[in-house]
Design a protein around this ligand. Sequence first.
Ligand SMILES: [Fe+2]
Ligand SMILES: [Fe+2]
Ligand SMILES: [Fe+2]
Length: 428
Amino acid sequence: MKKMSLKEIVFALIESIDLVNYLLKNHHRRVAIIAYELGKMMALDNETLRRIVLASAFHDIGALYVKEREDLIRLDVENPHPHAIRGAILLKEFNYFEEISDIVLHHHRYWDDGRGRIFMSREVPIESFIIHLADRIEIIYDVTQNYFTQIGNITNQIVEREGKIFSPECVSAFKKLSKKERFWLDLETISFNQLLYQVFDEKEDILIDLEVIEHISQLFSSIVDSRSTYTASHSKAVGAVAYELCRLSGMNDVVCEKMKIAGLLHDLGKIAIPNEIVEKKSKLTDDEFQVMKSHAYYTNQILKRLDGLDDICKWASMHHEKRDGLGYPFHIENDDFTIEIDILALSDVFTALSENRPYRDGLPNEEIFELITEEFKEFINPDLLRVLTDNIEIFNNIREVTQLRVYSLYDQNLEKISRMTDQLNSIH
Ligand SMILES: [Fe+2]
Ligand SMILES: [Fe+2]
Ligand SMILES: [Fe+2]
């Protein structure tokens, strides 16, 4: 495996997710550039700039899959706190980025003449106010228009809200920044990677191994799965089932571990699919199904940028392929198939059929087997199907334990989110 650092891999993932994100395309990248420039204009030290870039890259992950994402494109968001809290919780659970959790928590906090600076007797990080301003500038900014025709309008809207919503210190930095053509042109040209090298020192980064990639994948699978309660545990369960199927089929430890990661990431491309299709309670129309099918293609788009993870990318993006060439989106045929692709595809179908969906309950084992045999028929390796049938108790346990764990965390988080929303709303 080629050596990539933790930050490189995470930024590559965030950048490609940002690119395929259907509603807020490039939002995280542009917010990171604006916030970084504001921080520099305010003469903040490198350590703070680093936190600003990192937190900007992640600030809306709590909203990637929830309804309020659509509200975020309005300038004055009515109740922005739940997605900020959800994002903060996700980041807190991911050890490596704990330091930015608080920044994300407060990234919609009003300055409120300085009263918003303190929350529960703690100072709200200056990084949060900077990201809040950067975020709103990015929302007003219209990519389809020349930047110079918009500067006046953007500045007016920001200045109108100075003191109440935005910190005067941040607004004054923006006024200076907005005069530079270079700043506006950077918005379309600077990549996450370039930003990364401006603020991070390679020496202090963590070099990754499979264990770290698994942690990262857990974080990203939570982002995908948190989209709806019906799929809250799907990727995690597929990862766990695929790992066990691999192990019981006699594969070595490295392959099993990679398979788990592929399971965690297989539906990542759903980020590119509109909410109304993913969350639709009834059967999809033919057109909607065509759109839905593209998620496997986008999984490939996102993962193929990660050097050295080719097999994980391949297994993850082939999970809807079939040996007769009738799968999607690549229509690969028998000769191009490997047992690993079968393992992930089988784990996905097995897990999906046993889960509740808005339009049906989870199916009993006998029915699952019938459907699986029907679907995979002569194509599936009979040994693989036998491993699943012979150990069905084990697989059901794994799936149930994963679901229970995710749902109890989900409930705890819901409670936390509603408690914290009240607290945040009581101040603003
Ligand atoms: Fe936000
Ligand atoms: Fe945002
Ligand atoms: Fe899928």
